[in-house]
Design a protein around this ligand. Structure first.
Ligand code: P53
Length: 488
């Protein structure tokens, strides 16, 4: 038998997020978050924000638009909003956790809906929300499953967005820290692994950080507030329980130069630096020189308060959590650049790689490359907290789902992690594939872009029984975990 190179206590599991999975959007005292006001979309048509202007007009815009001053989120009864029910973890948590346990999960990553704990995002606490996550954590711990908590996965209480312009306001740092303190104190004996902000490099203005403007100045000012908040949270968490492991989380999409033309190489450096900037600040504890120069050149002026730099330096994270789905390519010739993945990202096609139906380039070696780059550069433990293959699944007449394409994707990516541990000496602590149970797609709002080992009967319009069933990959992953990552 092959001996596993994965550490004995390697955290095999799965990952989800409240706004895409939990549902119960107004149940148990939860109030609205910004993400409750975005519609479904598709690969070709974007999700839309529905809002009300100061004058009371109902309008819509894309998530990359600037909202007019004074605009507030609005739920239009004519529209369908996928987050409202999502795949209803709120009412199915016991059943779902039993299925995770059946697969042998060692850990389970979920996020806390801020507006469930602090309905307005302020210092008013909703005990019923806290009690919900107590039940979830207790259920996980009953099966020996370690909860991995993303404190904030893309959602912000709508009140903070409407009243304070979200993370553009310094006040939101205090509110966020109040939220963190509430979680840390309440769950200190149940949760050890935390992450501050999901994909901190992917912040869409109003929906994810509650800001109305969408320009560079506003974005980086908000990012500065996030950095201060994250660093303060790390410090506070360690004071409350020194055993806490508190990480950061970045969407890592390594870019290769299209050719060995130095112009292409420089372009790739520029692309990669933009992601690494967020890691630099949270792991090294200071803004990298290239970013300061860029701010200077482009007249971006970050308003800092005395002590901010020291806070960022003192609150560096314990590990890097990252999502890895694909790689991309950078080219100096703009004619090579096409927009992929529902117009999300400028990218150049890689002739050596196949793409998913949503245009994401499948690149297992890219995961090893990422692990090497991150470990060589930062030398802290790494945690692959998202990875997976979004695909349309077909239910056979006998009710089974033969998702070999997904098994193939996982198998190759897990082999890449094995190489990174065995050949490169990377300190990798865990692997939580994305959407271990089908959830709403964040990018497109669809249900049909599925990632799960567990199928959920729900369609893009919200029709379905929400019944759960095991896909072929469920049995495959169960075996793989039992063999600590070694395939037969
Ligand atoms: P969906 C784009 C590229 C890489 C990661 O994405 C991304 C996105 C956003 O669409 O986000 C993460 O659902 C995110 C999850 C999300 C998952 O990747 O668009 O942390 O919330 O669901 C997959 O296919």
């Amino acid at each position: 038998m092959n001996k596993s190179v994965f550490p004995e206590n390697f955290l095999w599991g799965g990952a989800t997020a409240a706004n895409q999975y939990e549902g119960g959007y107004l149940s148990g005292g939860k109030e609205l978050s910004t993400l409750d006001a975005i519609t479904g979309g598709s690969h070709t048509s974007p999700r839309m924000i529905t809002y009300k202007t100061k004058e009371g007009k109902i309008e819509t815009c894309t998530r990359d638009a600037t909202l007019p001053e004074g605009a507030v989120g609005y739920i239009d009864p004519e529209q369908y909003y996928p987050s409202h029910v999502a795949t209803d973890f709120y009412h199915h948590y016991k059943e779902d956790i039993a299925l995770f346990a059946e697969m042998g999960f060692k850990c389970f990553r979920l996020s806390i809906a801020w507006a469930r704990i602090c309905p307005k995002g302020t210092t008013e606490i909703n005990e019923e929300g806290l009690a919900f996550y107590d039940k979830v954590f207790d259920e996980l711990l009953r099966y020996g499953i370690e909860p991995i908590v993303t404190i904030n996965h893309f959602d912000i209480p709508m009140y903070l967005a409407d009243e304070l312009d979200g993370w553009s306001s310094r006040k939101v740092i205090d509110y966020f820290l109040f939220f963190c303190e509430t979680l840390f104190k309440r769950y200190k004996d149940k949760v050890k692994y935390w992450m501050t902000f999901n994909e901190i490099n992917f912040l869409r203005s109003w929906t994810q950080i509650g800001i109305h403007q969408n320009d560079k100045q506003a974005k980086y000012q908000a990012a500065h507030h996030l950095f201060v908040a994250s660093a303060e949270a790390v410090k506070l968490g360690h004071e409350i329980n020194p055993d806490f492991q508190i990480g950061m989380m970045v969407a890592y999409i390594p870019s290769y130069p299209l050719s060995c033309n130095p112009e292409d190489v420089m372009e790739a450096i520029r692309f990669n630096r933009e992601q690494e900037f967020y890691i630099d600040v949270q792991v090294k504890g200071y803004y990298p020189a290239h970013k300061l120069k860029e701010f200077e050149r482009e007249n971006v002026v970050i308003k800092k308060e005395a002590g901010d730099d020291e806070i960022i330096q003192a609150g560096t994270v314990d590990y890097i959590g990252f999502s890895y789905y694909m790689s991309t390519v950078s080219a100096s010739n703009p004619d090579e650049v096409k927009y992929v993945g529902g117009n999300q990202m400028p990218a150049v096609k890689n002739p050596y790689l196949q793409e998913s139906a949503w245009g994401w380039a499948v690149d297992p070696l890219g995961l090893r490359i990422s692990l090497c780059k991150l470990y060589d550069r930062y030398n802290v433990p790494l945690f692959v907290v998202e990875n997976g293959f979004g695909a349309v699944d077909k239910i056979e007449v006998d009710g089974t789902i033969q998702d070999d394409y997904r098994i193939d994707y996982f198998s190759k990516h897990i082999a890449a992690m094995k190489d990174a541990i065995e050949l490169d000496g990377v300190d990798l602590i865990g692997y939580t594939p994305w959407g271990c149970i089908d959830v709403v797609s964040s990018g497109t709002g669809e249900m049909k872009k599925r990632y799960g080992f567990i199928y959920v009967d729900m369609d893009d319009q919200g029709n379905g029984t929400l019944a759960r069933s095991r896909k072929e990959s469920f049995y495959w992953y169960k075996k793989l975990i039992a063999a600590n990552g070694i395939e037969e």
